[in-house]
Design a protein. Structure first.
Length: 758
């Protein structure tokens, strides 16, 4: 059986580290693994017949890193083959600890580095034997402050691996050893030695030069960059971490005899009846069995307006009951709740890699060995060219330091983490990094009508009465009869009647349902027939003429259902019932057009209905009278014309089309199969959120490309400058640290992504 597991990995310090772990895991039979450097985590799909968790752990350990396997991972294997990583919270705590440890190392290193730098820069501060004091101050910085770097270097060398850490270790140790050699065997250790700080060392630099300030400053800057990266990565994952903490901690469960008992959230089971008071969080997904209220769904949907619920309404765990007392029967607990599924979906998306990131991975795999070759060539060239040994050494060390590919490894995963985390907060669930690439290419967006642009619920849109009857009295009679029926059209009429009249509806004394035709009832002394024209005509009710006949014709032309009500030989009222367009659908279509997309309306309704809705929303192209089985074919036909197509839908019949489309967007209020077939899930069902989903995806992709452009461009431009002797090791270290920090900072801008105003 295929099983999925998330494995936090300790010790990875660069993209090359992640590449080696990924390669080692994928060498196992039946294993498909992706390792995310920014998240320090491996997401592994494996055949548990061909491989075990022990095999996975050994594959990670042989590369020199420490896996944190869930202690009860095998117990968590669910029917769909997903293993929940219960070590996620431990790993989060480890990230906090790691950031705090780095902060301490940075503070101590900076305190020791500043005096070394000042003495080296300012000749007036250089007292007798100042160089030996610099050595005493620099050694703790390099050895203790930079210990995480050197430890990683040693671990990787034992496994015959070269990493970014190797570059830093070689560069800083070379600076210390070379300077110490100059002091012991050269003139640099003499009393009264003076040295002028040079950002750009000259070709004639002598053996009087020492580089303790280089070793100390580079180490401090790199550790400072590591600290900022750790803190920023923690912030990037804060959205999903906060989401996981939003759930209730316990619940009030009602026993069979009605007694209340308080239980922890992990003790809930499907079928439990949960009492939820006003202001409390709903502890599990479920169905309301008693009471009415309004539920704040903003943490799942991003929508601020509470949703009214009544017996039969579905509710989600972690949402807030704002007013009335309700009893909820649990239908989903633990990992089966919508909250847990959203968290898992976002986590899976963050763990993936885009095509751009895979290119960056391939480059970084050969990058570090190439840097050592360039550094060695730089040293040899300047020595053979007659430059001073200090100048040649400085240029070679600058190449090693400036080339660290931290920014390359952070470019994609940090942007993806922040973007998908922000999406989760807004109810926009992006399934994977490849989705981002797809949103850029989309030209046409096919919009299913019912449930996407319209509410998908029947509503009374027009109620006309004949001249001889009172409207309110007639509405009460019709509403009272329809209230006794369970048909959606009847319930829509009854609900509207109650709302318009503001009072209870009368109850019929007798009621007969004529299947497919309508109903017959005795109410308030009247023998009433309500339904199709055929029912009324066969029971002696004359069909209407004049204004009522026009109402019927108008309803039929718009695809609405015309319901006739008659008694005493004549039709007394006509009700037009139909689906209504969502209030923001028109704005959403206009926004799509402004983004360069061509909207296409897709519906099973007739041409008249399609044309009416399309005209109302400003859609020029519509495809009508489409059978459920034909939606997939219509999307394929558009693609065959060379168009990249996005599909938006919510029903079971939309699933094949969603899967067929280049980009599938599912309305979260729809069916599970539609959501599973899509690339982006719009939890709220709000049409403007469709636009937000595409906007956020494009913004995230843009950020990724900006980061990769910066990272690649930085190394391409900086290495030749360093090799030419135009950058000192100190400037190289500062530039390398700034490069990584700027990439992370750019990604964090996505946290400020604003949805369109509702």
């Amino acid at each position: 059986m295929s099983t999925k597991i998330d494995i936090p990995i300790e010790g990875m310090t660069c993209a090359s580290c992640a590449n080696r772990v990924e390669k080692s895991l994928n060498e196992l039979d039946g294993v498909d693994a992706t390792v995310n450097f920014a998240m320090k985590r491996a997401t592994v799909n494996y055949d548990d017949v061909k491989a075990s968790t022990d095999d996975l752990a050994q594959a990670v350990e042989k590369t020199g890193y420490k896996p944190h396997l869930p202690s009860n991972s095998m117990d968590h294997a669910s029917m769909n083959g997903h293993v929940a990583s219960d070590s996620g919270m431990d790993h989060s705590a480890h990230m906090h600890t790691n950031a705090d440890e780095l902060k301490l190392r940075v503070i101590v290193s900076a305190a020791l580095t500043v005096p070394v730098l000042l003495i080296s820069m300012i000749s007036a501060l250089q007292f007798d034997y100042w160089q030996w004091v610099s050595l005493a101050f620099a050694l703790p910085v390099v050895l203790w402050g930079g210990w995480p770097i050197h430890h990683a270097t040693w671990v990787n060398l034992k496994h015959r691996n070269l990493t970014m850490d190797t570059l830093v270790t070689v560069g800083t140790f070379a600076a210390v050893l070379y300077s110490t050699y100059n002091m012991v065997f050269g003139d640099a250790g003499m009393i009264g030695m003076q040295m002028t700080f040079e950002l750009f060392p000259g070709r004639d630099a002598s053996s009087m030069h020492v580089y303790f300030e280089v070793a100390a400053v580079v180490t401090t800057l790199i550790m400072l960059g590591r600290y900022f990266e750790a803190r920023a990565t923690r912030r990037a994952g804060a959205a999903i971490e906060a989401l996981l903490h939003m759930g209730a901690k316990d619940a009030a469960v009602l026993d069979a005899d009605g007694n209340e008992r308080r239980v922890a959230i992990d003790q809930l089971t499907v079928g439990d009846r949960i009492l939820v008071r006003p202001g409390e969080k709903i502890a599990a997904d479920g169905v309301v069995r008693e009471g009415t209220s309004a539920v704040d769904m903003s943490m799942l949907t991003g929508e601020s307006v509470p949703v009214d619920v009544e017996p039969g309404s579905k509710v989600a765990g972690a949402t807030i009951n704002t007013s009335g007392r309700i009893v909820v029967e649990a239908t989903g607990v633990g990992e089966d709740t919508a909250l847990a599924q959203i968290a898992r979906l976002v986590s899976d998306a963050q763990a993936g890699k885009s095509a751009s990131q895979r290119l960056a991975d391939r480059v970084s795999a050969v990058f570090i060995p190439a840097v050592f070759v360039i550094a060695a060539a730089t040293l040899a060239f300047w020595l053979l060219d007659g430059a001073g040994s200090s100048f040649a050494f400085s240029a070679a060390v600058s190449v090693l330091i400036i080339a660290c590919p931290c920014a390359l490894g952070l470019a994609t995963p940090t942007a993806l983490m922040v973007g998908t985390g922000r999406g989760a907060q807004l109810g926009l669930l992006i399934k994977g990094p490849e989705v981002l690439e797809n949103t850029r290419r989309i030209e046409t967006i096919v919009l299913d009508k019912t449930g996407t642009l319209t509410t998908g619920r029947m509503e009374l849109q027009r109620f006309e009465v004949s001249a001889e009857v009172d409207r309110d009295n007639t509405l009460a009679i019709v509403g009272g009869v329809e209230n006794a029926s369970e048909h959606p059209i009847a319930q829509a009429i009854a609900a509207s009647a109650r709302e318009q009249l503001g009072s209870a509806l009368p109850s019929p004394q007798s009621f007969v349902n004529h299947e497919g035709l309508g109903v017959e009832a005795m109410i308030e002394g009247r023998h009433v027939f309500i339904g199709r024209e055929r029912l009324l005509a066969t029971n002696g009710i004359a069909l209407p003429v004049g204004e009522l006949a026009e109402t019927i014709a108008h309803a039929n032309s718009e695809g609405k259902t015309a319901v006739l009500a008659g008694w005493d030989g004549g039709v007394k009222a006509v009700a037009a019932v139909g689906d209504t367009v969502k209030p923001t659908s028109g704005r959403a279509v206009a926004e799509m057009k402004s983004m360069g997309l061509t909207p296409v309306l897709l519906t099973g309704d007739n041409d008249h209905v399609a044309a009416a809705v399309a005209e109302e929303l400003g859609i020029e192209e519509q495809i009508a009278e489409v059978l459920p089985s034909e939606k997939d074919e219509k999307v394929a036909a558009l693609q065959a014309g060379g168009v990249n197509v996005a599909m938006v839908g919510d029903g079971v019949n939309d699933a094949p089309a969603l899967a067929r489309a280049d980009l599938g967007l599912a309305i979260g209020t729809g069916t599970d199969v539609a959501i599973e077939s899509s690339d982006i899930t719009i939890v709220s069902g709000e049409p403007l959120a469709i636009v937000d989903g595409i906007r956020l995806s494009r913004a995230t992709l843009k950020t990724i490309k900006q980061n990769l452009g910066w990272a690649f461009g930085y190394n391409v431009a900086a290495i030749p400058l360093a090799a030419a002797g135009l950058l000192s090791p100190v400037i190289a270290g500062a530039a390398m640290a700034f490069s990584s920090f700027s990439v992370v900072l750019n990604a964090l801008r996505l946290r400020r992504f604003k949805p369109l105003p509702r």
